[in-house]
Write a protein of this length. Structure first.
Length: 128
């Protein structure tokens, strides 16, 4: 059983080193954020494996803190990146992250038809 734990430890170490390499290397902030999420997940797995190995549950709060850190960091970076990608002078809208309404991005709009208008009989025949 000790051999299995040693193999698991080596794999966790390898995963952590590869993610640290990606954090340092980048190239973009999103790559670094994903790598930091993977690193925090790896640390949670290490803590979980240690709990299984020693047969206790004392470090569950540490796992919760690591998970919370990963979630809040991801949200913070996502908000930062979304603000950086928005064109200058375009207000943020409800329908689109770029500030455009859904009707402006979904294609041509027939402005002669008002909302709530019933289609005429002639319109129904031409639509078929």
């Amino acid at each position: 059983m000790t051999v299995i734990y040693a193999i698991v430890g080596v794999l966790f170490t390898l995963a952590a080193l590869l993610t640290v390499f990606r954090i340092v290397r980048g190239p973009s902030i999103l790559d670094r954020m994903i790598a930091s999420d993977v690193l925090l997940t790896t640390l949670m797995l290490v803590v979980g494996a240690e709990m299984v190995y020693n047969g206790h549950t004392r470090t569950i709060p540490l796992m919760v803190v690591l998970a919370s850190t990963a979630i809040f960091a991801t949200i913070a970076v996502a908000r930062y990146v979304s603000k950086q990608d928005r064109p200058a002078g375009v207000p943020v809208g409800v329908d689109s992250p770029l500030g455009e309404s859904a009707s402006a991005t979904s294609g041509p709009v027939d402005e002669s038809v008002e909302i709530g208008d019933e289609p005429d009989a002639a319109d129904e025949g031409s639509a078929r």
